[in-house]
Ligand binder design. Sequence first.
Ligand code: NAD
Length: 488
Amino acid sequence: MKKNEKALVIIFGGTGDLAQRKLYPSIFQLYKKGYLKENFAVIGTARRPWTDEYYREVVKDSIDGMYDEQTVATEFASHFYYQSHNVTDTNHYKTLQALAQSLDEKYQIGGNRLFYLAMSPRFFGTICDHLKSQQIMTETGYNRVIVEKPFGRDLASATELNDEISKSFPEEDVFRIDHYLGKEMVQNIAALRFGNSIFNSMWNNRYISNIQVTLSEALGVEERAGYYETAGALRDMIQNHVLQIVALLTMSAPVSFTDTDIRNAKINALKCLKIYSPEEVKENFVRGQYGPGNGLIGYREEAQTAEDSMTETFVAGKLMVNTMDMAGVPIYVRTGKRMKTKATRIDVVFKQVPNNVFEDSDLRHDVLTINVDPEPSLSLQLNSKTIGQGFDFDTHHLNLDYKLSPEQRAAIPEAYEKLILDAMQCRASNFAHWKELQCSWKFVDAIRQAWDQNVDQVAFPNYDCASMGPKASDDLLAKDGNHWEFNC
Ligand code: NAD
């Protein structure tokens, strides 16, 4: 892969949590691995009146423990510059333009600019307008913008946001982050499906009984309660991460493994997502909110939440992707906070053999399990004969534990590290295209509207902390004769 990228990264929100916890460590990894060498600089902007020196100390603190020699950290941090900046003040962009120009010359960057908007989306429009009107975008290199979630709170607001950004950046230069797309085992879905004859030939409604996707979190809302109260699990997790994973699991084979073809395949899958009527939402979706339990406080007792809050912290649903290959295969999805364990897991449950010739034996479904988090692994559950006399069956698992050494584990790129390099190298397939978002918001809006009309007449709280969610989530599968394979 190409090394020594030339890039000026301008981070709006450079003093924020995301920048310090994720962006600086990721940029440092790219530096350590040689993707960034001499020809890069980072400008951090935010309102606080920091100096370059202070900023560099903050950057060094954020990479604490990631280097052996102090000189490496100092040399890395020397590429960082700070500008105190209110994004609504046009004059500040003039100073930014001059700084960007001088750094471009100093580090011989050739005009490549990556703008990272690590702040509230309500500022995206004004930032993008100013980047263009104040000529901070160059004509000699690339101009790409990375935007963070949330991308809107419904289709209307997402469209408004997209319109604002697209006045300055064409679609091919907009990189909408979904960090799940940067995870190793999420990227592995395409490798497994399209790189193996056994899965490729069986990945359809003739052989798959159902697919299950679980994104469970053990933590509660923590310090994000203020935002979470206005979002809820449907917007925070289903609209983006869950539907992106569903698109990768259900898309038809792309014509080739290029950005355009992969994105077209994903867009087509999401276009085939059945949009539910309010009555169908009641049938196919379950919402929940954690109450106190197992020594932990309930959602309504958290700081910054209303004591009668109706915000959902759990969602389970049955989706139908009506492509020729996947029509009729239920896709069960589930996500929640304060669940029993933190995990991201996919189970592909295959149909049983059409005729059980071993009449006296109960054969189980073959199941392909893709563990995304916390540890990457694969497992294939099979029926096989027990060793010894007679002809008894047992369930066995072919397991692929990557058994990584500490060095190999340390070398796994963090999602943000992968995605920042992808944006520098213009690989867009691991970012959400606007058309994908349009489809996912349409789907999510229909559910939200039905819930706002209270079609399901739910009462909160309805699940205990440290459980796997409300009973209705198990019932959702049971009425189809199925059950969650992941039931820790
Ligand atoms: P934060 O509140 O910690 O940081 C916000 C930054 O914006 C700060 O640097 C602040 O100084 C700056 N800022 C605010 N108003 C400004 C103004 N008028 N002019 C200039 N700067 C201004 O937020 P965060 O947690 O870093 O999140 C940033 C964005 O990333 C948000 O959109 C959030 O939803 C998204 N996000 C964050 C995380 C995370 O792990 N923190 C994860 C996913 C998405």
